[in-house]
Design a binder for this molecule. Sequence first.
Ligand code: ZN
Length: 241
Amino acid sequence: MIIAEMTMPEFEAGLEKCRTVLIPFGSVEEHGNHLPLSTDTIQACDVALKAARVRPLFIAPPVHYGNCRSTACHPGTISITTTTLKSLFRDIVCSLRSHGMRNFIALTGHAGGAHCMALQEVGEELVRDYADIQVAVVTEYELARNEGRSIIETPGDAHAGEIETSRIMHSHPHLVKGSSPEEYPAFPVGMMVRDKRRYWPGGVWGNPAKATAAKGARIEELVVLKLVELADRLEQVADEQ
Ligand SMILES: [Zn+2]
């Protein structure tokens, strides 16, 4: 049940079937020379839509913008503050709750540390403030890395490398513009770096050359299964309460 495509009566009828909503979060962020700026949003939306084909599940319109730190200086990255991100998450959940939604999954395609922490903080606040809801905050990239560990060949692959390139080659091949060299950032530990491109010129963390569409398809399937499992678990916990 894709909220953006539903009518008011369809939304209302949908609540009779399920009260679980998945909210995809992404980023507008450089992904090397070869992947689109919306890679994180695309990945989160893809698996959300596929999970909704397997079981009744509302999919909220995605939050396209995220908080980006290490890629902030790279052309094309549009970063929002964690304050804005937290407000968005909280406001969306509160509004959906007022309509009867009870189980919330924030699925973030962007895996930035501060970004994920901000979503987790709001998740904790929400379960503290509202006794009638369940909240999960999941990093899509972590699911992909964990579930795909037997498929991925690049140790430490993280950003625009083997995993993400495989995913987009599978789901949106027309958006992959060639490849980028294997690269790993070399930020000095603990130091706030003004010119981040100096330490990470290509904006790749991993090896895109190891990517294949087949790997992407398999990883995507495994992530979808995990999401369905999570939605079931949330509803089970809600029923027990
Ligand atoms: Zn990404």
